[in-house]
Ligand binder design. Structure first.
Ligand SMILES: [Zn+2]
Length: 304
């Protein structure tokens, strides 16, 4: 079985080069996977824009309208952290559908990877920290509403807490939110996930991998999910400018391999999203984001 991948040519668009957000990483990631033969025309799916009713499962209609029509206040745009443009709107409306498509493919094929997604700081009615719409919440609420799953685990290993996801889903017992993040990092006011693991600054590979392993076990045990959505943020990397942890490239690859193996060996469908990563060297960053897809590809080839 080839591994289904999801990407859109609209994910990267003309963007101020000096901006801290690495908007080119999405196309560089797809190119890197194409070069290795992991992404081909046959296994790469292209999502369209999400319908409004889907977005309203997690977001305030009035907020959606104001974002789409460019009516956010200066203060709201500052909190979003990205300059508003029609291209930004387009990619933002596609990405949640990308995560939903990936989750659907995972339910059908066992394992699927979105080459974007993980915008976990997006709240019900405001954007924050480069996150505008919460694809993790939207996709899991949509699958629940469509009765395609009974229970979902969102396993978030981005270095920042998944505060938007936790807040949006706080009263949804069918969806378990789990965030392993650096305590001292953004957001400074944390929300309450079902499981939060606050890591001190500077944690390194061995300790980190043990914590991820143990926490995943605990989360699977509590959630008993029909689907796991894994946010494989690579801003845990030792040299990530927004990181504060001390995780090596090998450590990240070991994390991806471990999560994939632990979930899939229980035969639970697994959808991955890329999450955060802010290295100024966007090619190196794309190679780091590729690790979760490479490890999924490797796992798929081992078992089939
Ligand atoms: Zn992050």
């Amino acid at each position: 079985m080839t591994l289904p991948l999801v990407s859109s040519p609209h994910y990267s668009f003309g963007f101020p080069e000096r901006h801290r957000f690495p908007m080119r990483k999405f196309e560089l990631l797809l190119e890197h996977l194409q070069k290795q033969g992991i992404a081909t025309k046959q296994n790469t799916y292209r999502p369209g824009k999400a319908r409004q009713d889907l977005l309203e499962l997690a977001h305030c209609p009035e907020y959606l309208t104001r974002f789409i029509s460019g009516q956010l206040s200066d203060k709201e745009v500052r909190r979003m952290g990205l300059p508003w443009s029609t291209d930004l709107v387009k990619r933002t409306l596609i990405a949640p559908n990308g995560t939903l498509l990936t989750a659907g493919l995972a339910l059908r094929h066992g394992l699927a990877c979105h080459l974007a997604g993980g915008t976990h700081h997006a709240h019900h009615d405001f954007a924050s920290g480069y996150c505008i719409l919460n694809d993790l919440a939207i996709a899991s609420l949509a699958l629940l509403a469509q009765s395609k799953v009974q229970r979902v685990l969102i396993f978030d290993c981005d270095v920042h807490q998944g505060d938007g996801t936790a807040a949006i889903l706080q009263n949804v017992p069918e969806i378990t939110t789990c965030s392993i993040h650096c305590e001292k990092n953004f957001p400074h006011r944390k929300a309450k996930s079902d499981i939060d693991v606050d890591l001190p600054k500077g944690v390194s590979d061995q300790e980190y991998l043990q914590i991820v392993d143990h926490t995943l076990d605990r989360a699977l045990d509590i959630s008993r999910p029909d689907l796991v959505i894994f946010d494989a943020g690579v801003d845990v990397y030792e040299h990530d400018p927004l990181g504060m942890l001390n995780i090596s490239s090998d450590g990240i690859r070991a994390r991806e391999a471990m999560v994939i193996k632990n979930v899939r060996s229980l035969n639970i469908p697994l959808a991955t999203v890329i999450g955060g990563g802010y290295d100024k060297d966007q090619s190196a960053l794309a190679r780091r984001h590729a690790m979760v897809v490479e490890e999924a590809h490797r796992y798929q080839n081992q078992v089939s």
